[in-house]
Ligand binder design. Structure first.
Ligand SMILES: [Zn+2]
Length: 353
């Protein structure tokens, strides 16, 4: 890719000499523009003064190291071309976009308010595609079709059917998305591959207590998804017929058997970190140490940072979040609260069992 294209992906870029620039490093919580960029021998060289590796910086910009070659040839296009842009509004009405690229890839961005984009979703509360129209449809008792991917969803909207999907595709469902589907007459159309079926089940299980009714549908015949199916000469009426015929879905009660999953069918997922590389989100972390070295104090400092939405050391700031403390040793009033106060925690966000 070209240098000017690369610089567009960064924030607070300034010139620092011939073919040399400084910018905010996208890979750590950078306030001082500590990323140095220069071109040497037709390559973009990156050096973060805080120590982030170039490969991580490229990856955070949704690039590969090959993209940092200034004369990427036409046979191996270095920079991905934008193929489609899918516009979302988040749970608070803020706009964000999922960008589909060629070669196939996705990244997310949000408008910066000056006609440009910020290549991250900081401050965005992810939600379902077309969530506003979906909520309206549910209010009118119109069935909602859940598909895998924005392309399929838009295809169904073009047939005047109400459709949605979650950002980033199969394996990226979040339980918070069920809020949009409260009371829905929901039809989940599974892509005809193993990740697609797993995803459909995950969505159905997650929505079960919220949706008014759930049906899971796998389209007959060849092809993988709704678009393939419609391209094979089917239309809105044939889809409506299949939906009418589909039985209501209930969660399986037979969950006691030992199930085996082939690793070939498991999709690799990125770990979401509260504090890289110490505390992954959604997993159990143990903080070990001798008595008296400050384990409880560190735990409360972490709770404080979470309650304030301050990113932990080296992380970018996040939304403030709630914390539950389960302490068997320290008194709530004589130890925990005074320590939290000494660290200026937002104690309204912190609960104790
Ligand atoms: Zn950095």
């Amino acid at each position: 890719m070209k240098m000017d294209g690369f610089l567009l992906l960064l924030n607070k870029v300034r010139t620092a000499g011939k073919d040399q620039y400084m910018a905010l490093c996208p890979s750590h919580n950078d306030h001082t523009a500590s990323l140095s960029i220069k071109s040497v021998n037709s390559k973009i060289l990156l050096h973060c003064h805080a120590g982030c590796a170039a490969i991580d910086i490229a990856s955070d910009l949704r690039l590969t190291m090959a993209d940092l070659n200034l004369n990427g040839s036409n046979t191996t296009p270095g920079f991905r071309q934008i193929e489609a842009v899918y516009r979302y509004t988040d749970a608070n009405g803020k706009p964000f976009e999922v960008v589909r690229t060629n070669p196939k890839g996705f990244y997310q961005r949000q408008p910066d308010g000056n006609g440009g984009y910020i290549i991250n979703l900081k401050g965005i509360v992810l939600t379902l595609y077309h969530q506003d129209k979906v909520k309206l449809a549910i209010g009118n008792a119109t069935p909602v079709i859940f598909v895998e991917g924005e392309k399929d969803a838009d295809r169904l909207w073009s047939l005047e059917m109400v459709a949605t999907t979650n950002p980033m595709g199969a394996g990226k469902w979040r339980n918070s998305y069920t809020e949009v589907l409260q009371g829905a007459d929901l039809i989940v159309i599974a892509d005809k591959d193993s990740p697609g079926r797993d995803h459909a089940n995950r969505v159905a299980n997650s929505c079960y207590s919220r949706a008014a009714r759930i049906r899971i549908l796998e389209l007959p015949g060849g092809g993988k998804d709704v678009s393939d199916w419609l391209n094979n000469g089917r239309n809105r009426e044939s889809l409506k017929r299949l939906i009418t015929e589909a039985p209501e879905w209930k969660p399986s009660r037979d969950n006691k058997a030992v199930g085996l999953v082939c690793m070939a069918d498991v999709e690799a997922e990125e770990v979401d970190w509260l504090w890289f590389p110490y505390i992954p989100k959604g997993k159990l972390t143990l903080l070990e140490g001798d008595p008296g070295v400050g384990k409880s104090w560190v735990s409360l400092a972490i709770a404080t940072a979470v309650s304030l939405g301050k990113g932990l050391y080296g992380m970018v700031a996040d939304e403030p979040a709630k914390v539950v403390i389960a302490s068997t040793e320290d008194g709530h009033g004589d130890t925990i609260r005074p320590r939290l106060d000494s660290m200026a925690a937002n104690v309204k966000q912190i609960y104790a069992i």
